[in-house]
Design a binder for this molecule. Structure first.
Ligand SMILES: [Zn+2]
Length: 128
């Protein structure tokens, strides 16, 4: 399908244009409960909450990868504030970026920890 307002290509079933934000179905945001129920795997259940990955990103910032984690926190809080405005398209977009950033920083952190352990073990092996 295409945006009624600006003509941008959209996924079928998208309620708001990701390019210009225009409503595609004339449905009020309260209609999201049913509309997004399947597509987003229950992420919108409750009709007012979004999984923004704020806490995982804070943990990732502290434990793993500081710069990526901070960017993740920025996206997470952006998702939360968009959700509180009722701007679900933006909230979903930012939350998915925050999720990606979390997993990237988590993986980098994990690799760093494994590398540190490997170095520690090999140094111990040399000492003995
Ligand atoms: Zn549009």
């Amino acid at each position: 399908m295409f945006c009624k307002q600006c003509g941008a290509e959209l996924q079928n079933g998208t309620q708001f244009c990701q390019a210009c934000g225009a409503s595609q179905g004339g449905q009020a945001p309260s209609g999201y409960g049913g509309g997004y129920g399947g597509g987003y795997g229950g992420g919108y259940s409750g009709g007012g909450k979004i999984e923004s990955y704020l806490v995982p990103n804070i943990i990732a910032t502290l434990l793993c990868c500081l710069p990526l984690g901070i960017i993740g926190i920025i996206y997470s809080s952006g998702a939360n504030s968009a959700a509180s405005r009722g701007d679900w398209a933006t909230a979903e977009q930012k939350a998915s970026t925050a999720k990606t950033l979390f997993w990237v920083s988590f993986c980098i952190g994990l690799v760093a920890i494994i590398a540190q352990v490997a170095i520690a073990v090999s140094q111990q092996g040399l000492a003995n």
